[in-house]
Design a protein around this ligand. Structure first.
Ligand SMILES: CC(C)(COP(=O)(O)OP(=O)(O)OC[C@H]1O[C@@H](n2cnc3c(N)ncnc32)[C@H](O)[C@@H]1OP(=O)(O)O)[C@@H](O)C(=O)NCCC(=O)NCCS
Length: 437
């Protein structure tokens, strides 16, 4: 039995860069047939962005387009519009992430597609919600992070580096793709009942804001009492009227920090994150492991509220403990005692850890040719009865003839589409022959 959850589902993927492609790649890995529409001769912008070799698609493209088919199609030509219409009439899901207004201008906005195929679910990604004052803006990752509260609350809270800072995680891009996937899968379940497809609109802003929920919690608290006990600014520093940048404090009420370890001067990632939980029992275990038993009877430290008031002393003493050990030694010592702890891992350490090659966490895909094998991040969850098969990414237009044939186009028509610029770049005009010659 084929347990691929989306087997038999056809997706027309009119997306590029990262946000949309991350969604459609996940749909492909869950078993959907994904046909990626790419501009003839151009393709997804990431194909030629940050390349390691001018003849190969970049790792950026390779990370986001596995298991898809590529159909080159100029949707601005009459033939291109006719082909896209046919594709839409027989698909289950249509996804696009062009700049605001572009897909309507092409004639394939929600209303038009819904008329063509009422069963089709329509997923769209834009920078901002429709009602937003910024809804007409083009958007890339940082635009989402700076407008959704991520950048203003991330980074250092004093000194020269007290500037809004971006997360290395793609909160605006891939995170938006994952949010759209949730919406599209909900729409698929809904269609089982209604028989009709719906419009799923996902803004990068809202996807990013959804991950900043604890910052809205902090704003509400700040508005009420004027301070936030878990922040480095408490109790001695000043709070303004908005949630400040929090450095390396933990997002919840437990007391955490990133500590330097023995090799920090030579290794930029020899750091460890250590958390003191609030409960008395957990604190006791941590004190035994750290050798800080005197804290158990010291009123400055033996309750969570007291530790919040003396967090600078807590941080300084745990720092002394960590500096004589590597991040792995600290992790082993404290984790054995049940203390929440984790080493700061570099991308190199993550990608060379054999434990991560468990079939899903990190996967190796054989792309063939000059590229050979590359590593990517697999489906981030596992299912007890389904294992994705991770395949290569398509060449630009690599499936054009195959897809057009499956829609009944003849070899002759397919050749004509290539000649008239619908599926391939128009051949360059040759100069007129010299009449005298
Ligand atoms: C990412 C973004 C900023 C890029 O903007 P852009 O450089 O204008 O590129 P777009 O792909 O949107 O559109 C470029 C043009 O190509 C056209 N185009 C794209 N694919 C096409 C195709 N297959 N056939 C014909 N035309 C096509 C578009 O219609 C548009 O034409 P227009 O300028 O005449 O309206 C913009 O698409 C955007 O804001 N998207 C929404 C948010 C998003 O997903 N951002 C990316 C995060 S990773």
């Amino acid at each position: 039995m084929n347990t691929a959850p989306l087997q038999g589902i056809k997706v027309i993927d009119f997306t590029e860069v990262q946000s949309g492609p991350s969604c459609t790649q996940l749909l492909a890995w869950l078993g959907a047939e994904v046909i990626k529409i790419e501009r003839p001769g151009v393709g997804d912008a990431t194909r030629n962005e940050l390349q390691f070799d001018p003849d190969c698609p970049s790792y950026y493209f390779l990370q986001l387009n596995s298991n898809k088919k590529s159909l080159t199609l100029d949707a601005k030509t009459p033939d291109g519009k006719e082909i896209l219409t046919k594709l839409i009439q027989s698909c289950d899901i249509f996804i696009e992430n062009l700049h605001p207004g572009a897909i309507d201008k092409l004639g394939f906005g929600w209303d038009a597609v819904h008329k063509l195929n009422p069963k089709c679910i329509y997923g769209t990604i834009k920078g901002f919600p429709v009602a937003s004052q910024y809804s007409s803006l083009k958007a890339y990752e940082p635009v989402a992070q700076v407008t959704a509260g991520a950048a203003s609350t991330t980074g250092w809270y004093e000194g020269d580096y007290n500037i809004p800072t971006q997360s290395g995680a793609a909160l605006g891009d891939s995170n938006t793709g994952m949010h759209l996937t949730i919406g599209v899968l909900a729409a698929l379940a809904q269609r089982e009942k209604t028989g009709e497809g719906c419009y799923v609109y996902q803004s990068m802003h809202n996807a990013c804001l959804n991950l900043c929920r604890i910052k809205t919690r902090d704003q509400l608290t700040l508005d009420r009492i004027g301070y936030l006990t878990q922040f480095p600014q408490y109790p001695d520093g000043k709070f303004g009227d908005c949630v400040p940048r929090s450095g390396n404090t933990e997002g919840s009420g437990v007391l955490g920090w990133t500590y330097k370890c023995k090799n920090w001067a030579n290794d930029p990632n020899d750091y460890v994150y250590v958390i003191l939980q609030r409960g008395a029992k957990d604190f006791e275990l941590a004190c035994h492991a750290l050798g800080f038993d005197d804290w158990l009877t010291n009123p400055n430290f033996n309750t969570a509220d007291a530790r919040d008031k003396h967090k600078n002393e807590v941080w300084a003493r745990i720092q002394e403990f960590c500096i004589t050990k590597t991040k792995f030694e600290v992790t082993e010592l404290l984790s054995k005692a049940g203390v929440p702890v984790g080493p700061v891992l570099s991308t190199k350490e993550i990608m060379t850890d054999p434990h991560n090659y468990d079939g899903n966490t990190l996967v190796k895909i054989d792309q063939g040719g000059k590229i050979g094998e590359f590593v990517t991040v697999g489906v981030p969850f596992t299912m007890s009865n389904y294992q994705p098969v991770y395949g290569p990414c398509p060449d630009l237009g690599g499936n054009t003839a195959e897809v057009l044939k499956s829609y009944g186009y003849t070899d002759q028509q397919i050749a004509e589409f290539a000649k008239n610029g619908t599926t391939s770049p128009m051949p360059k005009e040759t100069s007129a022959p010299d009449k005298k010659a």
